[in-house]
Design a protein around this ligand. Sequence first.
Ligand code: SF4
Length: 374
Amino acid sequence: MTFQEFLLTWPAERRTAAVAGAGAEDALAALDKEFLRPEDFSALLSPAATPYLEYMARRAQELALRHFGRAVQLFTPLYLSNICTNQCRYCGFSAKNRQRRRHLSPEEACAEARAIADTGLQHILLLTGDARRLSSPEYIANIVRAVRPRFASVGVEVYAMSEEEYGLLVRAGVDSMTMFQETYTAELYARLHPAGPKRDYAFRLAAPERAAKAGMRSLGVGALLGLESFEQDAFATGLHAWWLQRTFPGVEVSVSVPRICSHEGSFTVPHPVNDIRFVQYITALRCFLPRAGITCSTRETPFMRDHIVPLGVTRVSAGVSTSVGGRVSRNNDDCGQFEISDHRSVEEMKTSLAGMGYQAVVKDWEDMTAHCPV
Ligand code: SF4
């Protein structure tokens, strides 16, 4: 069974009913369980659970300490290109937006990677817009081969690929992929993605499965919170990660929790997620998926990021530039995908975490088959 087939057993009406119909007693019962079912997760996401947020936070913290200790992994994104053929209505890189476009040559990408490696980071995430002719799988693989010796882990957050193409990336040295489904509601997805290859909801939804079959070590999923009602997408995202864990037990699974923020163009966030619901989401995820990673980007403020780390966030970005070539050349500052709310450098992030009693980890994995740094 594919995840899409599994999701059909949880249609929108069932998801809404599960969350809206849960009572306080269901949420409290879920917190007492060692292993939670999707129904328990929906109870923790429900409005009925909100008054018990402190209790949920204590449980989440306990589980986070049990499974991850006080280690938080640091990573940073490297934007390769903001040229994109899609027209996602919520994104600054949309083909419709008038924006300066840049596409890094392999040499320029290596210069960016060097600047990142100089900060001591060992995990990077490569991102591109969806322009297959320009940012082809081969182009990405070439860059991976060039930068891989400097890093312990290279991840990708790029357009959905075939299993064969993911295999090409794995052989080049990619060990993790993140795929944001943006929203799990197919009709809304179609409205938000009016043109371009990303319109194919099913192809995108199955991308993590293809990547796992191609040998990817680590998979990340997420919805862009604020596009669809909180209950719908928060629940579907947790369900996706849960299903991936059960289907591919040898693969590491994580959830990213981006809340939509402003960008070039005009887009009114249809379902803003307030701070209370956001914290509820993190705690519910940690209780439902105690072994899954939770990644929080610099879309969130330092205050929020510092407060959710103890609730089970295991990966945070630091020293971030969302501009293409933004580390080497300041002239590219106007090419960012979204506004950063946390501008802390790698050192500042390490200091903040240490002050909270947490240890910043720059490397938590090593591929023994990889070559030594050149
Ligand atoms: S979200 Fe991704 S695919 Fe959509 S316009 Fe932005 S960069 Fe392109």
